[in-house]
Write a protein that binds this ligand. Structure first.
Ligand code: 1CP
Length: 364
């Protein structure tokens, strides 16, 4: 990188702000589209880059993280880039060690097992010191994007990170993480609150580094009962959006909340400072619109498994899903991310179908 590409100023002028306008429910010429996990193992060029480097080493090398972020944009006419990183870097910053184990995914060899483990975490971590590589990658990528499309920054939601910290990996039942909520709600709140505070500092710094839109991933929200979501997930999600906007200004950056599986959460999030709710494929867009009194924009929500279908099947599914949203305040995406065994041509078909569908509609 050249020296000026590492400075978070004099960024190229943005040429395509469709996704920012859609997030604010403003007029758009067509519905913007991007794809969760658009950079990743389904792309041969992702598997070929940075050979010999571990996943987190790739994240920690800004030039590589930037190159990976740009890979899907070379192939597909999508309307946003998302910075290549991972939600788990916050737990690393708090002092937890994480390995990316082939065939198993991210693994914490020493998960949180008692109150003392929580007290030992580095709650006062300086995010610039431990996560400076993310901000560098964001700044560099924002320059290299040349204003082509906006750059999305992201973080994991407190409940989802809490679940990884206690389970030590992904889980089907999240029984260890959930047992904390029943056995020691006080300590659970302490850990959730700690993760929230660091996440707010992290997201604010991402925006200062150049991120233009933020998404908070609560990938495991659906493992909670409605009561527990209300007590242990929603308040922290809400706090993140309000604290980020209090720090940066209400209009500084639109924010997307993806509470996967949390069907009953629409009305809880409706009064929050999020601009966009991201819906998984089991959610009904019209029900979500009713529950939020049409104040919010929506993202989603094609079933990712439709990507296994033919181009024609994908096209039909895109038309079916998009007609449920209407065109104002919609960001086309899937209900979750790409999987390693999906084909790149499916993304091409998906993006093309979104373009075709929305160019046939009156958008204003
Ligand atoms: O071996 C490899 O190369 C690792 C594969 C990989 C990739 C490409 C992981 C490990 N993370 C990522 C990138 C990533 N992760 C991005 C940026 C890329 C993009 O979107 O284009 C983002 C936004 C994430 C976010 C993330 N990581 C989430 C939330 C989104 C979601 O999918 O729900 C979660 C839950 C994670 C944890 C994680 N990291 C990696 C994997 C394989 C997983 C999931 C493991 C599990 O299911 O428990």
């Amino acid at each position: 990188p050249e020296a000026h590409e590492l400075e978070a100023k004099n960024f190229p002028e943005l040429k395509n702000d469709l996704i920012l306008r859609a997030a604010r429910r403003e007029d758009v010429e067509r519905v913007p589209v991007w794809v969760m996990r658009q950079a990743g193992r389904y792309l041969p060029e992702y598997n070929a880059i940075g050979e010999g480097l571990d996943f987190f080493d790739k994240c920690r090398t800004p030039a590589l993280a930037c190159a990976i972020t740009l890979q899907p944009l070379v192939r597909f006419p999508i309307d946003a880039a998302i910075i290549f990183s991972d939600i788990l870097v916050i737990l690393q910053a708090l002092g937890m060690h994480c390995d990316m184990v082939k065939g198993k995914g991210p693994t914490f060899p020493q998960p949180i097992t008692c109150r003392e483990d929580i007290d030992a975490l580095n709650a006062d971590v300086d995010v610039h010191e431990s996560l400076g590589y993310v901000f560098k990658a964001i700044t560099l990528t924002r320059h290299r994007l040349g204003g082509h499309v906006p750059l999305i920054g992201f973080a994991g939601a407190p409940w989802t990170l809490f679940a990884y910290a206690i389970e030590g990996s992904g889980s089907k039942t999240f029984s260890k993480a959930k047992s904390w909520l029943y056995k020691d709600p006080e300590a659970s709140h302490r850990l959730l609150s700690m993760i929230t505070d660091v996440t707010v500092r992290y997201l604010v710094a991402q925006v200062r580094a150049g991120a233009q839109l933020l998404q908070v991933f609560d990938s495991w929200a659906g493992s909670l009962s409605p009561r527990h979501f209300r007590e242990f997930a929603a308040p922290y999600l809400v706090r993140i959006a309000s604290a980020v906007k209090a720090e940066l200004g209400t209009d500084a950056v639109p924010m997307i909340c993806f509470a996967k599986g949390a069907h009953w959460a629409f009305s809880l999030l409706e009064s929050s400072d999020y601009d966009v709710l991201s819906l998984d494929w089991t959610m009904d867009p019209q029900e979500a619109q009713r529950a939020t009194k049409s104040r919010m924009a929506f993202q989603g929500n094609m079933d990712p498994c439709a990507m296994y279908g033919s181009d024609d099947t994908i096209r039909e599914e895109v038309c079916r899903v998009m007609s449920l949203f209407g065109t104002r305040g919609h960001i086309a995406n899937m209900g979750h991310g790409m999987s390693p065994d999906m084909e790149p041509r499916a993304v091409a078909a998906f993006v093309d179908a979104v373009h075709n569908f929305s160019s046939r509609q009156r958008v204003y």
